[in-house]
Design a protein around this ligand. Structure first.
Ligand code: C5P
Length: 220
């Protein structure tokens, strides 16, 4: 039987990629499957939390119907949905692989090739940093968890982000490994806390990593 040690907690989770459209049918995105975030949401729910999951476009992720699921597409829509819910939350775990840049739209039609060899130039703008905005808006009872997907010096980058974005915990994962990161069923992570505590977990199923994250938060 799972412990009900998160009963009474309102938990917000973001998961999946975002899609940044540049015409009626084309978009810029990344290969996030949403598996890690869905595992985090499910683990919190199993432990008795009230969970709201803000989901980018994901396929084959099924959450229990008692999890409040909000589907969004772009980073801006995810930002708006997160801010609509944040005031009533106790903990936020931002697992989504939000696009850092969005292409400037080429109108709302599908644009055509202009010639045989003419290419396409796109200009990208920055998307809002959702995690940082929550870190800035965090009330004293609220706790915030971020993820850092890195290809080198994972702990060092993760700890930098933890401070810059005013987090309580950051979970760094090495996406250069085959058994970790995007699309993988397992994750190898280093968890770094605001208190300086560091915990490493070698490749484990994402649901197990999710469970460790909540164990850590309840220890705080
Ligand atoms: O700085 P970086 O994008 O690597 O930070 C990753 C963390 O920030 C993840 O927790 C991700 O969900 C969050 N993030 C966000 N909004 C963005 C970019 C990242 O919430 N625009």
């Amino acid at each position: 039987l799972s412990p009900q040690d998160m009963a009474g907690q309102n938990v917000l989770v973001t998961l999946g990629p975002t899609r940044e459209a540049f015409d009626a049918v084309r978009f810029w995105t990344n290969p996030s499957s949403g598996t890690m975030g869905a595992s985090v949401a499910l683990a919190a729910w199993l432990r008795g939390a009230d969970v709201t999951a803000i989901c980018g476009p994901v396929h084959g992720i099924y959450l229990p119907s008692s999890i409040n699921r909000v589907d969004v597409s772009s980073a801006q829509q995810m930002y708006d949905a997160v801010h609509e819910h944040w005031a009533s939350m106790d903990i936020g775990c931002l697992t989504a692989a939000v696009a850092d840049f969005c292409p400037e739209p080429y109108g709302d039609q599908k644009f055509k090739k202009t010639g045989k060899s003419a290419g396409l130039d796109l200009h990208f703008n920055c998307t809002p940093d959702i995690l940082r905005s929550l870190g800035e808006a965090k009330a004293s009872h609220q706790r915030l968890i971020g993820f850092a997907a890195e290809t080198a010096d994972v702990q060092q980058y993760a700890e930098g982000k933890l401070k810059r974005k005013n987090l309580d915990l950051i979970v760094g994962n090495d996406i250069s490994r085959a058994d970790s990161g995007f699309g993988s069923a397992t994750n190898a992570v280093v968890m770094c806390g605001a208190s300086g505590k560091v915990e490493r977990h070698d490749a484990q199923p994402k649901p197990d990593i999710a469970w460790r994250i909540w164990d850590w938060m309840l220890d705080l």
